[in-house]
Design a binder for this molecule. Structure first.
Ligand SMILES: [Zn+2]
Length: 296
């Protein structure tokens, strides 16, 4: 170990800076990418709602030997979504402080929908970089799930060991990531303050139960999903397709909200349709989500 090897177990989960106001598309102009450092080694990036109404969040976690990018956003054009340039700059700045002979990048996905994978193409040809395939077989084989989706797999960024948890229900190859360094459970489109489109309720419930098992066994401070769709008024979402979200609740949710979501999902599991609550709206069943399936 070199003297600059960072101990990602020391004091974990560490204090993070959660106080951020996300750009919500209401200003006359805003950056194409908003970057917020949770700490020196962990970044949340938001794609501007002005460029794509999904305004997805992506996450960059840096370890001693490599970085993990969770998701690549809703569009591919680097002119309007300079994801690659932003990620390269963050990694270069980090390497200037923590020099390494080589450093890898893994581009993984919360799930395979287009608003989370469209930026993958920007990473083609990048040195020391792997883009994880989408689809169950690709995800299972890349991470080495002995049993999908029940197994939990360790993914090591060099002393920063992230757990990868099978997360189908919203999408068949969805995954949830737990980062012990920050105590964050990255929940993709399975849990976030917005419209939770449930394609397969039994799988969704099993995924929530796996997430609850994580909460019961290791320190989980926050859940972070990939969108904000709820408004400042409890139970009220911003309309699908809107490029401005005046008054958004925070991105992060608390473990107690996961337990409540589970209770609610159990209670409406047999009732297809749209079920609204203060902090989320559950769309139960394929029939409710057809509109969502149109191309981004
Ligand atoms: Zn999404």
């Amino acid at each position: 170990m070199s003297s600059d090897t960072i101990d990602f177990t020391l004091g974990a989960p560490v204090d993070i800076d959660i106080a951020v106001t996300w750009l919500d598309g209401t200003g006359p102009t805003e950056p194409l990418v908003q970057v917020h450092a949770l700490d020196e080694h962990t970044f949340v990036l938001r794609q501007s709602l002005k460029v794509h109404y999904e305004g997805p969040f992506v996450f960059l976690l840096l370890g001693n030997t490599g970085a993990l990018l969770i998701d690549s956003g809703a569009t591919s054009d680097p002119e309007t979504w300079p994801l690659r340039a932003t990620v390269d700059r963050i990694i270069d700045d980090w390497l200037a402080v923590h020099p390494r002979k080589s450093y890898s990048l893994t581009v993984a996905h919360s799930h395979g929908h287009g608003d989370h994978t469209a930026g993958d193409s920007q990473f083609a040809g990048r040195r020391n970089t792997v883009v994880v395939p989408t689809g169950v077989a690709g995800v299972r084989d890349f991470f080495g799930f002995a049993s999908w989706p029940d197994a939990t797999v360790a993914f090591d960024l060099g002393g920063r060991v992230v757990s990868v948890i099978g997360g189908p229900g919203h999408e068949e190859a969805a995954t949830i990531f737990y980062d012990p360094w920050t105590g964050i459970l990255f929940t993709g489109d399975t849990v976030y303050p917005g419209r939770l489109y449930v394609f397969d309720m039994p799988q969704f419930l099993a995924t929530i139960e796996r997430a609850l098992a994580v909460v019961a066994s290791v320190p989980v401070r926050y859940l972070m999903g990939c969108h904000i769709e709820m408004s400042a008024s409890p139970g009220q979402d911003h309309p699908l397709g809107s490029n401005a979200h005046p008054g958004e609740p925070p991105l992060e949710m608390l473990p107690g909200q996961l337990a409540r979501l589970h209770e609610r999902a159990v209670s409406i599991a047999g009732i297809p349709g749209v079920h609204g609550y203060d902090d989320v709206i559950i769309y139960n069943g394929k029939e409710t989500v057809q509109g969502f399936l149109r191309p981004a």
